[in-house]
Design a protein around this ligand. Structure first.
Ligand code: TXA
Ligand code: MG
Length: 352
């Protein structure tokens, strides 16, 4: 084979890492890996004690179900009881990609992945490393249970370094065996979650907005998904808790017209301010500042990394310029509102 072009060293290294990662998963270990939305913390979905280790690492309540990731070639009917017509249409339009469907769980699948519920969340990621891992694992027919690779309630990771920072102790102790490298997740916020498990009685229910927005779902399925009922606790989705995706620093969302005067007031009160915004704003009174795109998809791509960076500045508050109330921004608005939950009295307290 002398003179023949071989695979570049990077790919060889990656393919041996993928083989190793697939072996770790098959042996019941945990592996973090990139997806197009955020990084996931993966375990064999059919290995209840491996799934239990995910909860342990994340510090997540055990009754919160996790999403099962499948390769494009996987047999979905192995995992779910039935595939409604709506699901078929949505899968044809959006898989592989950032859409999770909640369907009725097949009896053979251990209930550890669904927190004891009779449903299962399934998603086929488009990220090449995630797909390569799924193909290397159980000949492409396995399922990788993977929540976002962050501690419960914290900001989801969009880089491998975020994962290593968040789980330094668990990597050291061996509870998490490996972090697969990848670039910064393209989408940047978690997948859209659509519940079709009670379609006949409740229609489609949008449990979590994401990059694929309600209009796109409606255009493909022919019906407009409903929003979850307040107080309807099943199915549970931790990404739908009011307080989630939160930095340590309090986050306060402000309308554009209040930003400059609030920054001024906080400065006069000797408070340190970090700012996340998307339109032009001049101020000498900011400890840290990140300006993201005016386009929803690009903004989402940078959102979590920016929140982490601003959090690290140790300001008294992170001010966030309110984003538009239109469907395109629904996923971002949702994450910002959850990050800001409980911060209502913060400004009053800081300006006292
Ligand atoms: O983009 C994503 O979805 C990322 C990547 C890694 O794929 N994963 C992710 O997982 O965000 P996690 O666990 O952080 O959020 C998944 C959400 C949770 O809110 C969970 O409760 C919900 O999906 N979920 C999973 N299975 C469910 C089910 N059977 N019924 C209701 N909700 C479910
Ligand atoms: Mg999460």
């Amino acid at each position: 084979m002398v003179g023949k072009k071989t695979c570049p060293p990077y790919n060889m290294a990656l393919s041996s890492q993928l083989t190793q990662a697939a072996q770790i998963l098959a042996a019941g270990g945990l592996v973090a890996f990139p997806t197009e939305t955020v990084y996931g913390l993966g375990a064999d979905a059919e290995h209840p004690s491996a799934v239990a280790d995910i909860y342990k690492a994340k510090g997540r309540p055990v009754n919160h179900p996790v999403i099962v990731h499948l390769s494009p070639e996987a047999d979905l009917s192995y995992w779910v009881k039935e595939i409604p017509e709506e699901a078929k249409k949505l899968i044809a339009a959006f898989w592989p990609g950032p859409l999770t469907l909640i369907l009725k769980r097949a009896d053979r699948i251990p209930d550890a992945v669904s927190g004891g519920q009779h449903t299962i969340g399934v998603r086929c990621p488009s990220h090449p490393t995630a797909q390569a891992l799924l193909r290397a694992f159980k000949n492409g027919q396995g399922g990788i249970a993977a929540p976002s690779a962050n501690k419960f309630g914290r900001i989801s990771p969009t880089t491998a370094q975020h994962v290593r920072d968040e789980f330094a102790a668990e990597l050291q102790s061996g509870l998490i065996k490996m972090v697969l490298e990848g670039e910064q997740s393209e989408v940047g916020i978690e997948s859209t979650i659509l519940d079709l498990s009670r379609f006949k009685t409740h229609g489609a229910v949008l449990l979590r907005p994401g990059q694929i927005c309600i209009d796109q779902l409606a255009a493909v399925s022919g019906t407009i998904p409903a929003m979850p009922n307040e107080g309807d606790s099943t199915p549970r989705a931790s990404g739908t808790l009011e307080a989630h995706y939160a930095p340590n620093t309090s986050v306060v969302i402000l309308p554009t017209e209040q930003l400059t005067s609030t920054i001024e007031q906080l400065h006069n009160a000797n408070k340190k301010v970090a700012l996340l915004h998307y339109s032009a704003l001049q101020s000498n009174h900011l400890l840290a500042e990140i300006r993201l795109s005016e386009h929803a998809a690009k903004y989402a791509h940078g959102l979590y990394a920016s929140l982490r960076q601003l959090d690290a500045a140790n300001a008294d508050v992170i001010l966030v310029q309110a984003v538009l109330d239109v469907t395109e921004w629904q996923g971002v608005r949702d994450r910002l509102q959850r990050a800001a939950h409980g911060s209502l009295g913060v400004l009053v307290g800081l300006l006292k």
